[in-house]
Design a protein around this ligand. Structure first.
Ligand SMILES: Nc1nc2c(c(=O)[nH]1)N[C@H]1C(S)=C(S)[C@@H](COP(=O)(O)O)O[C@H]1N2
Ligand SMILES: [Mo]
Length: 297
C-alpha cells in the first residue's frame, strides 16, 4: 500500500489560513463524494472549528478532568524524542522512533468531522497517516484479530495521573478490520501544524465514526493481539461504555441521549443537530454487517 505521509512540512509550506481552509473544504467535498454523500450541504457541514476551539476545549485526563486543563498543563509533556513500542502478533516487533516512522510516509491531508460522547461536536482538520500503512510496515501476523493502544505514563509530567479517575495508563483497542479502514488515522498534526500537546502530541489515533474516547492520545505502544483488548472507559464503567463505541443515535448513553449533538463554536445557545449513524461515515457500515449494534455498543 502506498505510504501517504512525509515529515517535511516547514513553516513556509503552511498555506495562509484562508487559502488553507478553502483547500480543505475542497478536500472535504471530495471525501464526501467518495462516500456517496456528495452534496454541497454536506461539504458545508464540514466547516472546521477554529484552532482556538480545537486546542482549548479538550479531554486529556492525565492533565486533569476540566476541558481547559489540557491546554493549561499539557505543555509539560516531553514529546521529543518519541518511541513507539510495536509488539505482539507482528513480523517486525520493536521500538520504532516516530521520526523514523514518519520518514517512510508521504503526505496526505484530510478533514474529519469529530464528535464526542459528551454530546458536543467539532470538525478538526487533522493531518497524519493511515494506521493501515503503519501496520503494513511492521507486518501483521495472520492470527492477529485486534490492535491495542497505550498512552504514555509520566507522573512527573502528567499531574492528572495522581488521581485514580481511570486505571492508568489509558488504553484503547480496535478490531483489526476497523484499524485497517482508510478512515482510521494516526494524527500527527492539525491545521497543518504539529499536534498540540493537549490534542495528544506527538501521535494520536483518530477514528471518526466512533465517540471521542476511542481516539487515544500520545501513543507509546501498539500491540497486535488475538482477542479483544481492554479499553479504559469500558473498564471504568462497562454499563455505559462498550468496546465498539460507534456513533449511534439510536443507542442512548444510560445517562444522556445520543440522538443530537451541540456543535462547538456556535455559541452557548447554538442549535443542537441530529447525530448521524457512524457520524455520517456510512462507508464503515459493512464492517458491522450482521451485528446487533445495541448489544455491541
Ligand atoms: N490518553 C488519553 N486519550 C484520550 C483521552 C484521555 O483522557 N486520555 N480522552 C478521550 C476523550 S474522552 C476524547 S472526547 C478525546 C478528545 O480529543 P480532543 O481533546 O483532541 O478533542 O480524546 C480521547 N483520548
Ligand atoms: Mo470524550
Amino acid at each position: 500500500m502506498a505510504l501517504r505521509w512525509k515529515n517535511d512540512l516547514t513553516p513556509s509550506d503552511v498555506t495562509p489560513e484562508a487559502v488553507f481552509l478553502n483547500r480543505r473544504q475542497i478536500l472535504a467535498g471530495m471525501t464526501a463524494m467518495g462516500a456517496g454523500l456528495g452534496t454541497a450541504a454536506h461539504a458545508q457541514e464540514l466547516e472546521p472549528n477554529s484552532f482556538e476551539d480545537i486546542t482549548n476545549y479538550c479531554n486529556y485526563y492525565e492533565f486533569g478532568t476540566g476541558k481547559e486543563d489540557p491546554a493549561r498543563y499539557a505543555g509539560s509533556l516531553t514529546t521529543e524524542p518519541w518511541t513507539v513500542q510495536i509488539d505482539g502478533l507482528v513480523e517486525k516487533p520493536g521500538d520504532y522512533g516516530l521520526n523514523d516512522i514518519l520518514s517512510q510516509m508521504t503526505i496526505e491531508e484530510r478533514i474529519y468531522r469529530f464528535r464526542c460522547v459528551e454530546a458536543w461536536s467539532m470538525v478538526v482538520p487533522w493531518n497524519g497517516f493511515e494506521l493501515a500503512d503503519l501496520l503494513d510496515m511492521v507486518g501483521v501476523k495472520p492470527e492477529a484479530t485486534h490492535v491495542a493502544f497505550e498512552t504514555v505514563m509520566r507522573p512527573e509530567e502528567m499531574p492528572g495521573l495522581r488521581y485514580p479517575v481511570l486505571d492508568w495508563p489509558y488504553v484503547e483497542g480496535l478490531r483489526l478490520d476497523e484499524a485497517r479502514h482508510p478512515l482510521t488515522l494516526m494524527a500527527t498534526g492539525l491545521y497543518g501544524k504539529p499536534l498540540p500537546n493537549q490534542n495528544g502530541a506527538p501521535l494520536r489515533l483518530v477514528v471518526p465514526w466512533k465517540y471521542g474516547f476511542k481516539s487515544i492520545k500520545s501513543i507509546v505502544r501498539i500491540t497486535l493481539t488475538d482477542s479483544e483488548p481492554p479499553t479504559s472507559w469500558n473498564k471504568a464503567n462497562p454499563r455505559e461504555y462498550g468496546f465498539y463505541s460507534n456513533v449511534n443515535p439510536e443507542v442512548d448513553h444510560p445517562r444522556w441521549s445520543q440522538a443530537t449533538e451541540r456543535p462547538l463554536g456556535g455559541g452557548l445557545f447554538s442549535r443542537r443537530k441530529p447525530t448521524l449513524m457512524f457520524n455520517g461515515y456510512e462507508e464503515v457500515a459493512s464492517l458491522y454487517e450482521g451485528m446487533d449494534l445495541r448489544a455491541n455498543f
